[in-house]
Design a binder for this molecule. Structure first.
Ligand code: OGA
Ligand code: NI
Length: 361
């Protein structure tokens, strides 16, 4: 059956030939279920002003660090405002827009140009695809196409469209810098030494991935997920989008619609944050919803530890009252294991949990 399917949801959406195609394969939600979104939570999403973290007085910085710690502990995600940040510390608005446009142009390439970039392996540095991992997905697909690129420590980019690679290079550098500033603040909020962070995670050679997602209009959005509930795998993910909403994040058993503010990134903690902090800060579950009218584009930077460092709970956060909750694994092992499975909440993280601490979290 897979052979009859289009290569991308873009192709499916553009063709408009839904009746002849197994749209049923994308149906993974119950359209009659009551809404699980709590509209009162959205205004409470914590915001972090990066200018008060990087270019501020020690007092202002201490307040922001505390706020960052609370956001990570209580929510696992926050909005990071970068627009007032001093030159060389933020991500210029023009660059954010250029990145979204370049991503859109990539998806607009001919299907055969993109098909050349269909990677088979999760660690292929350039990977175009659809859904999450159709090979591991039995009987269900998700309504999104993606491009994933390893951009650090080695930089990779598709040759087309022209200009993509120049924009990506700048974007990867700027977002990595923002990610590092946030990580420093988060580390400080746990009263840990900056040096310990570099030792534990080998951030000089951090594995940074750029992801562009395309969610074309869907004729029956109430039946499908763009992406089902999952956590990201790295330390931090920075996301922004083309003004079309669709991201929900979980908080206290409820879902929160997120509309990233202008000039802001939605930042969420990934599984490696949960591992290295010994569960003090948890990764955030999130999902992407499709819509019936507009094409949604999102671009993400995922900052992770170095690929071959074994990441385990940092010693200063392990004690006899709070023993290590996770076994150490390399990020490479984690990514490979994840790719062999269906995308399902925090399934891979659970594999690393030490047996005797099942009730601690
Ligand atoms: C992802 C993801 C959400 C979005 O790519 O891991 O969660 O809004 N994307 O595109
Ligand atoms: Ni995600």
């Amino acid at each position: 059956m897979a052979a009859d399917l289009p290569n991308s949801v873009k192709q499916l959406s553009d063709s408009g030939a839904f009746s002849s195609l197994p749209l049923q394969l994308y149906a993974s939600r119950d359209p009659t279920a009551p809404s699980d979104v709590d509209a009162t939570l959205e205004p409470q999403i914590p915001t972090i002003d990066l200018s008060l973290l990087t270019g501020a007085t020690p007092r202002e910085r201490a307040r922001m660090v505390q706020r960052l710690g609370r956001a990570c502990q209580d929510w696992g995600f926050f909005m990071a405002r970068t627009f007032r940040v001093v030159v060389n510390h933020g991500v210029p608005e023009g660059l954010r827009q250029a990145m979204l446009e370049a991503a859109k142009k990539f998806f607009d390439l001919e299907e055969e140009d993109k098909a050349e970039l269909r990677g088979e392996n999760v660690l292929d540095p350039i990977r175009y695809g659809t859904s999450f991992n159709p090979k591991a997905e039995v009987g269900v697909r998700y309504w999104r196409d993606f491009l994933k690129l390893a951009v650090h420590p080695d930089f990779h980019s598709p040759a087309k469209p022209l200009c993509f690679s120049d924009v990506l290079r700048d974007y990867a550098t700027c977002t990595r810098r923002v990610g590092m500033e946030l990580l420093k603040g988060i580390w400080e909020s746990l009263e840990l030494e900056e040096n310990d962070m570099n030792k534990a995670l080998k951030l000089d050679s951090c594995f940074q991935v750029f992801v562009a997602n395309l969610y074309p209009p869907c004729p029956q959005p109430e039946l499908v997920f763009g992406l089902p509930p999952h956590s990201d795998l790295g330390l931090l993910t920075l996301l922004h989008q083309n003004g079309v909403d669709g991201l929900d994040v979980e908080h206290g058993g409820k879902w929160v619609h997120v509309k990233p503010l202008p000039g802001s990134f939605l930042v969420n903690a990934g599984d490696h944050m949960q591992i290295v902090t010994n569960g003090r800060y948890k990764s955030a579950l999130h999902r992407a919803m499709a819509n019936g009218k507009s094409t949604r584009v999102s671009v993400l930077t995922v900052v992770g530890p170095s690929l071959d460092t074994v990441v385990e709970p940092v010693a200063a956060l392990v004690s006899s009252e709070r023993p290590a909750m996770y076994r150490g694994w390399s990020y490479r092992q984690f990514l490979e294991c994840h790719q062999g499975n269906q995308l399902k909440e925090k399934a891979v993280l659970e594999l690393l949990r030490c047996r005797d601490h099942e009730d601690v979290i």
